[in-house]
Design a protein around this ligand. Structure first.
Ligand SMILES: Cc1cc2nc3c(=O)[nH]c(=O)nc-3n(C[C@H](O)[C@H](O)[C@H](O)COP(=O)(O)OP(=O)(O)OC[C@H]3O[C@@H](n4cnc5c(N)ncnc54)[C@H](O)[C@@H]3O)c2cc1C
Length: 507
């Protein structure tokens, strides 16, 4: 194809054809969202059977529910196909060695929180920061924590008037297959082939990709979902990558499955190990497990041995998979006629399972900005700024887990606690926590609320026991909490009567 023709195709008007490069979860999510909103655009997806997908990423936030709502797919349709289970939140064990704070649960939001429990939680935190001996451990305040401890799923009886947000656990390979079938049934064309060259036009925009059979695939707009390689955005367009290595040390993971228990817990478990942390994700047919660690502190062989010990698999021949992680993000997720989604735009390690949420947000925001700009790059800068803010605020929340960890057993944990490469936002959040006072109000007043609400920050900091020493008994005795803990426990227990056992819900 002559260059002049390719140039014509990349001029910025409503695209006739969009080519998605990559058929991992990010690529098929993008394909489904595009066809569900832009009915008159030809959407093709190219994937390479030779290269395959990363095949991890089995936990989500409530954004995956928002995604399925956006493409009009019910839980009952996709969950059984993907061995999926419900997730009320994440429990964190052994991140703190302070007595009484060895574990805590980070629940997803429920409407009961804001009305009944968050104000009480914050008032007790304020009192605890003043040295009063009050109960400020997050596990006693939230409905979803109660549901999880009782193995209850997150879907209430219809008569229950409060909404409860939830996420999922799923087999990422099966999810990809389900999404591929759904997208193709709605008009997306799948192409198989491996890219050998990316062709630019005279303006430096993307014009076409050359495949291993020497054919050229052109399009007016390209979505790069090629994984960590980022063939189009970072490869051909040379987008700058900003590494987060200074504040997030982990760069590798080792993964292996174990048998599922009879009772399937509605939570991800995150357990701190010697040089990182291990996830335990329940699917209907197995647990997915992985140890996320830093190769600066431990070798892949040592990590595998430690994970096997943690899972009681020392004598088992179950195979382990070793993975590298590139942690950071690009400076521009949308440049010229290319948008990157998924690992090709960046990755923050999997501690809070945020990658698919960021992919969903990226595609949704892009579609809104592209439409608003009448299919031109008018809002490219605003979009990139917004996506960067989302990545950075997730990063800050993850960094905080490491910064305030309360372990002293290895250099890894000590170096994380001593790490001074913190963003200005994270420094301010930690300042307002240490200062005491109204933490939530200070976060809002100082524009510090990003991807995580003050409740989530407070769960993390209170959950690790980041409190000053208690003052004398005399002062503690004078403090009267605004509400009775037993009444609160009874309220939450009564709410819990509206929920089914997780196993029953899955059936
Ligand atoms: C250890 C680990 C744990 C994770 N845990 C979570 C989690 O709990 N929750 C979560 O949300 N996310 C998690 N993630 C992230 C998650 O795995 C990814 O965001 C998700 O799988 C999407 O990946 P992707 O589609 O961007 O890339 P991939 O799955 O790598 O897909 C890349 C695609 O590009 C194609 N491709 C590559 N090169 C070429 C070429 N030359 N020609 C043609 N096609 C090509 C491949 O064929 C493939 O289809 C985790 C990641 C890691 C590393």
């Amino acid at each position: 194809m002559p260059n002049s023709e390719l140039t014509k195709m990349t001029t910025m008007k409503k695209p006739e054809k969009i080519l998605i490069v990559g058929g991992g979860t990010a690529g098929w999510m993008a394909a489904n969202l595009l066809v569900s909103r832009w009915k008159d655009i030809d959407v093709c997806l190219l994937e390479s059977t030779e290269i395959g997908i990363i095949g991890v990423g089995e936990g989500s936030t409530p954004h995956l529910k928002f995604f399925f709502d956006a493409i009009d797919v019910a839980d009952s349709e996709w969950m059984p196909r993907c061995n999926a289970t419900y997730k009320n939140g994440i429990s964190f064990a052994n991140w703190s060695s302070i007595p009484g704070f060895e574990s805590y649960f980070h629940p997803f939001p429920a409407q009961t929180d804001d009305v009944f429990t968050v104000p009480f939680f914050f008032s007790n935190i304020k009192a605890r920061m003043q040295g009063n001996n009050v109960n400020a451990h997050p596990d006693h305040y939230f409905l979803e924590t109660y549901l999880t401890r009782a193995n209850l799923g997150p879907i209430p009886a219809e008569s229950f008037p409060f909404g409860v947000a939830y996420g999922y656990h799923f087999d990422s390979g099966l999810l990809g297959q389900f999404l591929a079938e759904k997208a193709m049934s709605r008009g997306v064309k799948r192409i198989l082939g491996t890219i050998t060259e990316v062709v630019l036009d005279a303006n430096g925009s993307l014009a076409a990709v050359r495949l291993d059979d020497d054919s050229l695939l052109d399009a007016s707009f390209f979505i790069d979902c090629s994984g960590f390689k980022s063939l189009l955005l970072q490869g051909a367009l040379k987008a700058t990558f900003k590494s987060f290595k200074e504040n997030l040390f982990n760069n590798a993971a080792v993964v292996m499955p174990t048998a599922i228990s009879e009772i399937i817990p509605p939570e991800t478990r995150s357990t701190a190990l010697s040089n990182g942390w291990a996830w335990k994700i329940p699917l209907t047919n197995r647990y997915g497990n992985g140890y996320v660690y830093s190769t600066d502190y431990i070798t892949p062989e040592q990590a595998e041995i430690e994970l096997r010990q943690h899972l009681n698999l020392v004598d088992s021949d179950v195979a382990a998979r070793h993975l590298q992680m590139k942690v950071g993000r690009v400076e521009k997720h949308w440049e010229k006629n290319c948008l990157a989604v998924g690992l090709s735009q960046g990755f923050i390690e999997p501690l809070e399972a945020t990658a698919l949420a960021l992919s969903f947000n990226t595609i949704s925001l892009f579609m809104a900005h592209y439409e608003k700009g009448l299919y031109t790059n008018q809002f490219e800068d605003a979009f990139n700024k917004e996506v960067n803010a989302k990545f950075d605020s997730v990063r800050d929340y993850i960094v905080c887990h490491y910064k305030v960890n309360q372990r002293k057993d290895t250099d890894y944990w000590k170096d994380n606690a001593a790490n001074t490469y913190l963003s200005e936002t994270l420094n301010q959040i930690l300042y307002f926590w240490q200062r005491g006072g109204d933490f939530a109000k200070n976060m809002y007043m100082n524009n510090l609320v990003g991807s995580y609400q003050p409740k989530s920050w407070a769960c993390l900091l209170a959950g690790y026991g980041v409190f000053p020493p208690l003052t004398s008994d005399a002062k503690a005795a004078q403090f009267k909490p605004v509400q009775d803990m037993e009444q609160l426990a009874d309220f939450i227990r009564r709410c819990g009567l509206n929920f089914k056992q997780h196993n029953e819900l899955l059936h």
